[in-house]
Design a binder for this molecule. Structure first.
Ligand code: GDP
Ligand code: IMO
Ligand code: MG
Length: 426
């Protein structure tokens, strides 16, 4: 058995959570491989909207194990809150959720360091979610971090205090940054109980044994390819590998065990936080997309920047990830337009580019568009792709030709049911 991978191809918030939930019945295990509570994955069914941050998006399905991998960073306080929000749904969490002993912990001081660093950067700030992601991954690679396995150790408090001492010295270097740990710390220590109550596993063994026993695994990514620490629009990125390779390091899956790679993209483009976004629309068209698509962050509530679909960026993401099939999300949002623009390439300093140059942050990138007829009608009631308007089918075929990967799913609303399977390809 191979591991299928599902991940975002743009700047996050593509609709990964929804599709993981739709696909979960086909799998035995859903495993998150990176990121942390910077993620907000939304699922909607039976009239209820759920937002998950750390917990994999298969949690609502009986008989499926959800695994938080070693590549993930966990804030116990946010994690406990996520578990509390699941309480009304009578899910036997202990039988469905396991955590890698090697996943790193976000300390209250990591969040403070994130805030201090962003404040110090001023107008050059990354626009981080302020969840402590960067500082936690820095401690991981700096070999100072605390891991889930450490909380079971008798000298955990010692290790914690040593790391906090280091953080305090760092925080003292930020002029005028004030903080108070007196409430944050006991609350964090208490929240660790919600992790202790669950099964902590050697997740690389757990997953590889499960595969040997014929279990099907879906790896769930967070963020998106253009936010990848190596291949995204650095430095305006997150601090982990969001790409397929992140599955290998974030779960302990060998490269030759990777199966299908499902790339999720919106029929247009959004970004939250700072950094280059060539097709951004800072006008009434962008505003119309934001309004129609409810483009406000699931984690921070910030308005998302909106623009047309960007084929050079998508092609790049498909290449880096080895994408084998695509899901196109939020097609219904484009129903408001008579014409839809698609960016086919960029002009930079008078030259044609079909990829992001190294200095993308410093040069002016002019997107060049091809215009396609819109469908301009409601899609949200559709249940069969075959019944969709010809213009939507033409849009899908056009993208498939440009991207050279089949679009197997077209999503026409946030609900689980508003998902069209392109049967010609399924
Ligand atoms: P994720 O981080 O990739 O899981 O995506 P988010 O949950 O942050 O953002 C996607 C948003 O779009 C959520 O509010 C979803 O409920 C919503 N959504 C997902 N698919 C569709 C769709 O096809 N149409 C519409 N209108 N909304 C969708
Ligand atoms: P999901 O999984 C969209 C963005 C932040 C910021 C940059 C760095 O829901 O798609 P960080 O807090 O990671 O240091 O922030 O990355 N960002 C996301 N944008 N969706 C996400 O996750 C994101 N996670 C981080 O806005 O620009
Ligand atoms: Mg999100």
């Amino acid at each position: 058995m191979k591991v299928d991978v599902l991940l975002g191809l743009q700047w996050g918030d593509e609709g990964k959570g929804k599709i993981v939930d739709v696909l979960t019945p086909k799998y035995d295990i859903i495993a998150r491989f990176q990121g942390g509570p910077n993620a907000g994955h939304t699922l909607e069914f039976e009239g209820v909207k759920h937002v998950l941050h750390t917990i994999p998006s298969g949690i609502f399905h009986e008989g499926v194990i959800n695994l938080i991998g070693n590549g993930v960073v966990i804030d116990p306080v946010i994690f406990r809150e996520e578990l509390r929000k699941l309480e009304p749904f009578n899910i036997d969490i202990r039988s469905r959720l396991v955590i890698s002993k090697k996943a790193h912990l976000i300390l209250p001081t990591h969040r403070l360091l994130d805030a201090a660093s962003e404040a110090a950067k001023g107008k050059n700030k990354i626009g981080s979610t302020l969840k402590g992601i960067g500082p936690t991954y820095m401690d991981k690679t700096g070999r100072n971090g605390l891991r889930v396995g450490d909380i079971f150790s008798p000298n955990f408090r010692e290790k914690y205090d040593a790391l906090v001492d280091k953080h305090r010295q760092m925080l003292d270097r930020y002029d005028g940054f004030e903080y108070d740990l007196s409430e944050l710390e006991p609350n964090w220590m208490e929240a660790l109980e919600s992790i202790r109550a669950l099964e902590a596993v050697d997740s690389e063994h757990y997953l590889n044994n499960a595969m040997l026993n014929g279990k099907k695994v879906l790896a769930e990514g967070a963020q998106g390819t253009m936010l990848d620490i190596d291949f995204g629009t650095y430095p305006f990125v997150t601090s982990s590998n969001t790409v397929t390779a992140g599955t290998c390091t974030g779960l302990g899956i060998a490269p030759n065990r990777i199966g299908n790679v499902i790339g999720i993209f919106k029929a247009y483009c959004t970004r939250v936080g700072s950094g280059p976004f060539p097709t951004e629309l800072e006008d009434e068209t962008g505003e119309a997309i934001r309004k129609e698509g409810h483009e406000f962050g699931a984690t921070t509530g910030r308005p998302r920047r909106c623009g047309w679909i960007d084929l050079p960026a998508l092609k790049y993401a498909i290449m880096i990830n080895g994408v084998t099939e695509l899901s196109m999300m939020k097609a219904d949002v484009l129903s408001i337009f008579k014409e839809i623009n698609v960016c086919t390439h960029y002009i930079i300093n008078g030259e044609k580019y079909d990829y992001f140059p190294y200095d993308v942050n410093d040069v002016e990138v002019t997107p060049v568009y091809e215009s396609l007829p819109g469908w301009n009608q409601d899609l949200t009631q559709l249940s069969d792709f075959e019944d969709s308007p010809e213009e939507l089918k033409a849009y899908v075929t056009y993208l498939e030709q440009k991207l050279q990967v089949p679009i197997k799913v077209v999503s026409v609303g946030p609900d689980r049911k508003q998902t069209l399977h392109n049967k010609a390809l399924a």
